[in-house]
Design a protein around this ligand. Structure first.
Ligand code: B4P
Length: 190
């Protein structure tokens, strides 16, 4: 069983690459961003709460996100492994994930980061914003806030997983196929 964390700045291509990797490695894909957006679309209580944070480009509070992720994992008891996309995004989330997996006698196999320069990613998100309808992609100030959140709260996770000998990074710039190839090389060698 392998459990992979797909890591990277907003717009690095986590969601894009997860679409390919989940099939290739038979993993259950859990994207916290997608789950929040599903709840927003269906106007659930969780969606209404998440929307107030996401629309500004802020992270959704840990308690809510952790609980939601755990219940999604529990919905897939026969999974051959998970691809965590956009989770964890804080040290508290990473610690909670380690503890939760340990309680199931599992662990994170590897965290693989997609690396890219902020300015290229801002352009990608503004481009996506023209068609995605996502409020957090349409305003450069909100996009910049997402990078600030990343730098303050998410970037320390590189050290967290590095200390466990589980951190790998690949270049996220290039064609989608080239990036999939780079990620596959890392996963195949785990
Ligand atoms: P997410 O939904 O996780 O997404 P993301 O950061 O926008 O980007 P991703 O890296 O998946 O980019 P994508 O493949 O789509 O987060 C959104 C928000 O949800 C967060 O800001 C936060 O508020 C909340 N949230 C989610 N998880 C949370 C958590 N754990 N805790 C708290 N809050 C949480 O790619 C982006 C664009 O680039 C696309 O248009 C794509 O087509 C393009 N692209 C991808 N790869 C490319 C390539 N190789 N070349 C050119 N373009 C490429």
């Amino acid at each position: 069983m392998i459990n992979i964390v797909l890591f990277g700045k907003p717009g690095a291509g986590k969601g894009t690459q997860a679409e390919f990797l989940k099939g290739k490695y038979n993993l259950t894909h859990l994207s916290t961003g997608d789950i929040f957006r599903f709840n927003i679309k269906n106007d659930t209580e969780l969606g209404q709460l998440a929307k107030t944070f996401m629309d500004k480009g802020d992270l959704v509070p840990d308690e809510v996100t952790i609980q939601m992720l755990q219940s999604e994992v529990d919905k897939n008891p026969h999974s051959a492994g998970f691809l965590f996309d956009g989770f964890p995004r804080t040290i508290a989330q990473a610690e909670a994930l380690d503890k939760f997996l340990e309680s199931k006698e599992q662990n994170i196999t590897a965290t693989v980061a997609l690396e890219a320069d902020d300015e290229i990613l801002v352009q990608r998100l503004l481009e996506r914003g023209k068609t995605s309808g996502r409020p957090d992609d349409q305003d450069e100030e909100k996009i910049r806030n997402r990078y600030q959140e990343y730098n303050e709260k998410t970037a320390p996770l590189m050290q967290y997983y590095n200390a466990q000998g589980k951190f790998y990074a690949v270049n996220g710039i290039g064609s989608i196929e080239e990036v999939t190839e780079r990620l596959s090389k890392v996963i195949d060698n785990l």
